[in-house]
Design a protein around this ligand. Structure first.
Ligand SMILES: Nc1ccn([C@@H]2O[C@H](COP(=O)(O)O)[C@@H](O)[C@H]2O)c(=O)n1
Ligand SMILES: C[C@@]1(CO)OP(=O)(O)OP(=O)(O)OC[C@H]1O
Length: 159
């Protein structure tokens, strides 16, 4: 069995009044993330980690932010396409670990719902998707609530 690892990192600005999409669900908050797509930073890092593990470049390579067809797109559709690309090459997901860096609001209460939605989109067990959160103790752009960042690592396997 061939095991490969991948890593993803992404940042989006937070702006007042925008919907806040995170981990495939909409979070109630005064601010939301700004992007060409729905700006779901957790899904973007999972996509990048999966693409990196398979040496398939990155999310912006497959879904350019200059292409009007991706304007406002639901990132779950991008994740579904990334899974299709992986499976086409014989890969399956081993597990995912991720961290969201966000000062407010608390992410913990939403994590089970995110796991459910992402597991459904990816066609893998919820138990293979770990989602964690941290503030940055009021330091930096996350601490000033100007942005949200996320990191993800994945293992993929090919028989
Ligand atoms: N947006 C966030 C940030 C953190 N959490 C949870 O709170 C714990 C403590 O956060 P620290 O930044 O002080 O380490 C953290 O371990 C998370 O469990 C959260 O739910 N949402
Ligand atoms: C997801 C894409 C899709 O247009 O748009 P953004 O929401 O701007 O996200 P980002 O992570 O900055 O770049 C990747 C883009 O391709």
């Amino acid at each position: 069995m061939r095991i490969r690892t991948g890593f993803g990192y992404d940042v989006h600005q937070l702006r007042e009044g925008l919907p806040f999409w995170l981990g495939g669900i909409q979070i109630e908050h005064t601010h939301g993330a700004l992007g060409h797509s729905d700006a779901d930073v957790l899904i973007h890092v999972i996509c990048d980690a999966l693409l990196g593990a398979a040496n398939l470049r990155d999310i912006g390579f497959h879904f350019p932010d200059t292409d009007p067809q991706y304007k406002g797109i639901d990132s779950k559709r991008l994740l579904a396409e990334v899974m299709r690309l992986l499976r086409e090459r014989g890969y399956e997901v081993g597990n995912i670990d991720s961290t969201i860096c966000l000062e407010r609001p608390k992410v913990n209460p939403h994590i089970p719902a995110m796991q459910r939605v992402l597991a459904e989109v990816m066609g893998i067990p919820e138990d293979d998707i770990s989602i964690k959160a941290t503030t940055t103790e009021k330091l930096g752009f996350v601490g000033r609530q100007e942005g949200v960042a996320a990191y993800a690592t994945v293992l993929i396997v090919r028989a």
